[in-house]
Write a protein that binds this ligand. Structure first.
Ligand code: ADP
Ligand code: ZN
Length: 749
């Protein structure tokens, strides 16, 4: 029996102290237990991280004398030993405190204990009256008799609200001792009002069978298999493979964790899981940000009580307290939303791989456009890969047309200010859909950042000669700045392309409002709706809008990434991408990858039904590789070209990036802090770390704070983070400056 507990003290800068376990508590104190402990003269609380058989030895070679811990707090621990190990890994890799990391692994609704189980008063039958009494009641008190009859038929009892019109009768029965009223826990079921029609497994096609076999083999290997990448084009039947793989895992008595991006956690995805497992519906827990705190609390406890065996959830569901994990699936593994933007800034996809290693279970990453990190891992032999390269339903991929906005802008010059939102070609295509009663999705790539300079006549983009990413225009000092290496130059007055020289080099931005406005003017007869994070804040708004679109009450749906994923509308035969460049000319080496992914996903939305689909991509730079390869549905071709570029410039996946950001309302102090850190780092970092100069962030000012950043790259993250942490600890940061460290950042703004 372990005699010593190593305890992480709450709200401390990661203070870990050993305490002896008093005799009465041995066996009850386990990893993850919450305990009260004495600290100096006070009592405080903490979490047991580890159990030791004996106290560590002191300098004199004798066991260190330990204070006993005071008591055990709470019931079953929030964390298993595996989750604590995962927390340690995260804290180490992402340079955050263990205390904060563990806190972020349990939903606020569970931790705060402000939420608790919801109870309802229910009437239950305690004893049945004898025959004579029943006879008497049915003659003299028919209400009471009726209540008794109802209660006799329901094992669970009946909520007393059901008897609101008969409270006197109920009271009488209580007094006679036939009925008692008890507080019963009721689960807040987010799907209370829904019924799920059972779906049966489909007969898998050959490629799907191969994929399922590979997953099952990985599950059976109990953790000795490599992570598996399922590369399958949109509509190739990946989800069907997930469903059957999860079924196999349950058959083995194990549990499964399915991560999907928050934005594709649409009713459709959830319904597919709920329907397939409708016979064991209570075993499916769903975790995402649209749940109320109470629902989240209940879903989490359902998992914790081991009732749920399948968890479908967004990013933070990776920490779900499932036991006996057999398989973790990460759908759309390339999605940027798996990255948490607050500390600890983890990527749930990467955490899935780490957790699978700790729990010794299989991990499956699925995507139509795998991240280059994962794809390169398959090329290097670290991951295995299975491929689905045909649509499961024998439908063809849509025709993709590219519209050159440069010629459009020549056509409309002088008629309207700025670029026109709808090209003639797109408008004609939409008109045709309207006539035929078919539907259109218009997609705005809003992630775009409108501060790169793009020539609207020739499509020229001002790029850094050292980094091959677009320079960012900083209006205040009229400079173009590279925020990777810090290179600066004066902003040009006319297009620098030798055969163009157009003085009208302008911003490529156009916003949602402009789109709606032009759409309404151009097609007054069409019924339109907009879907984006701004308009979809209300709980069921997304669901309602999508339902209206599905039932064809809306002709044209305008939206952002939200509508790019996982939706399946048979009557949509046209998808328009209004400005593919918005995502392309951001100062980020992943801009092309991101654009390629979005265009591919968006194209997957067209022609899912019986009818052939068409995609129209509008762009100022029709020849950029991301657009050309997406047009031909050629992931392999794109990845080859893109990986070569990444390797040439030592970008991920051939390096890891660490982004250091300083911000302050005091511009000079933010800049100076980062310059100081850079100077010190230069002395301590090994030679194989590539370090840029501090530069203003592309988002140079946000919420009244000036922002500066410094990018570091190396083959291994620890090469940077070890010296960096030492430097940060040794440097006094001014009180009004905040310095943040982002490991493997996806947002370089
Ligand atoms: P993905 O997840 O790769 O986008 P889905 O699993 O959504 O693909 O499958 C696309 C469509 O094909 C769905 O309508 C699905 O029901 C159907 N489908 C999947 N597998 C099969 C199969 N083996 N036979 C027939 N239809 C299938
Ligand atoms: Zn540069």
């Amino acid at each position: 029996m372990p005699k010593v507990a190593r305890v992480l003290i709450d709200n401390s800068p990661d203070l870990e102290l050993d305490y002896s376990i008093p005799d009465g508590l041995t066996g009850s104190v386990v990893e993850g237990s919450r305990v009260a402990v004495p600290l100096r003269a006070k009592r405080t609380s903490g979490t047991v991280l580890e159990l030791l058989d004996a106290p560590p030895l002191g300098k004199n070679g004798k066991p260190v004398p330990l204070k006993p811990l005071s008591t055990l707090l709470g019931g079953r621990p929030f964390f298993s030993a595996s989750l604590i190990a995962l927390g340690r890994w995260i804290a180490g890799y992402y340079c955050t405190s263990l205390d904060a990391t563990l806190r972020s692994m349990v939903p606020e609704a569970v931790r705060s204990e402000k939420q608790s189980f919801k109870t309802r008063k229910r009437a239950v039958l305690t004893k049945l009256p004898d025959a004579a009494e029943r006879e008497h009641l049915s003659r003299r008190a028919p209400r009471q008799a009726a209540i008794l009859k109802e209660l006799a038929e329901s094992a669970e009892g009946i909520a007393i609200t059901e008897f609101s019109g008969a409270s006197a009768a109920l009271k009488a029965l209580q007094e006679k001792g036939f009925v008692s009223v008890e507080d019963k826990v009721v689960t807040r079921d987010p799907f209370e009002d829904e019924t799920f029609l059972a779906s049966r497994p489909l007969n898998l096609n050959g490629a799907q069978q191969v994929a399922l076999k590979a997953v099952t083999a990985a599950v059976e290997s109990r953790g000795s298999a490599k992570p598996l990448l399922l590369y399958g084009i949109t509509g190739s039947g990946k989800t069907e493979v997930y469903l059957q793989a999860v079924d196999n895992v349950l058959e083995r008595g194990q549990s499964a964790l399915v991560l999907v991006p928050e934005i594709s956690l649409t009713p459709q995805t959830v319904d597919r899981f709920k329907s397939r497992f409708s016979h064991i519906q209570d075993s499916v827990a769903v975790l995402h940000s649209h749940l109320s705190a109470g629902e989240r609390h209940d879903e989490w406890h359902k998992i914790h009580r081991r009732e749920a065996r399948i968890v479908v959830g967004a990013r933070s569901a990776i920490f779900a307290p499932l036991e006996q994990l057999g398989l973790i699936i990460v759908d759309e593994e390339h999605e940027f939303s798996y990255k948490q933007e607050n500390p600890p800034r983890y990527n749930a996809r990467d955490i899935a791989v780490v957790r699978a290693g700790i729990e010794r279970c299989a991990v499956l990453l699925g995507s139509a456009t795998p991240s280059f990190e994962s794809f390169q891992n398959t090329r290097a032999g670290k991951y295995d890969i299975v491929t689905l390269d045909e649509r499961a339903d024998d439908r063809t991929l849509p025709i993709v047309r590219v519209v050159d906005l440069r010629t459009e802008s020549r056509k409309t010059r002088g008629k309207s200010p700025g670029p026109s939102v709808l090209s003639e070609r797109l408008r004609i295509a939409m008109d045709r859909r309207l006539d035929r009663g078919e539907q259109t999705i218009l997609f705005i790539n809003r992630r775009g950042f409108a501060s790169s300079l793009v020539c609207q006549t020739c499509g020229h983009v001002c790029e850094c000669q050292h980094c091959s990413i677009p320079l960012t225009f900083h209006k205040k000092d009229d400079r173009l700045v590279c925020h990777i290496c810090g290179f600066r130059q004066l902003a040009p007055q006319k297009c620098p392309a030798p055969d163009c020289r157009d003085p009208g080099i302008r911003f490529a931005g156009f916003g949602t409002e402009r789109v709606e406005e032009q759409l309404r003017a151009a097609m007054p007869a069409a019924r339109t709706a907009r879907v984006d994070t701004d308009t979809m804040s209300r709980k069921n708004q997304l669901r309602d809008t999508l339902a209206a679109f599905r039932s064809q009450k809306i002709d044209i749906l305008v939206g952002t990434q939200m509508i790019a994923k996982g939706l399946d509308f048979p009557n949509v035969t046209l998808v328009g991408v209004l400005n593919a460049d918005l995502g392309l000319h951001i100062p980020d080496f992943r801009a092309g990858e991101r654009t390629f992914q979005l265009l591919t996903q968006v194209a997957g939305r067209a022609g899912r039904g019986e009818m052939k689909g068409e995609v129209v991509i509008q762009t100022f730079t029709p020849h950029s590789p991301a657009i050309q390869f997406a047009r031909h549905h050629d992931y392999t071709g794109y990845s080859e070209q893109e990986l070569e570029f990444r390797q040439g410039f030592s970008y991920p996946p051939f390096s890891h990036v660490v982004l250091l950001t300083s911000r302050s309302t005091h511009e000079r102090r933010a800049e100076f802090t980062l310059e100081t850190l850079a100077k010190r780092l230069k002395k301590t970092l090994p030679d194989d770390v590539i370090m840029g100069d501090p530069s203003p962030s592309p988002l140079a000012r946000a919420q009244d704070q000036f922002r500066f950043q410094l990018m570091l790259r190396a083959r291994r993250t620890a090469t940077i983070t070890r010296p960096l942490q030492a430097t940060l600890e040794a440097t006094t940061i001014p009180g009004d400056v905040i310095v943040t460290t982002d490991i493997d950042p996806l947002n370089l703004m």
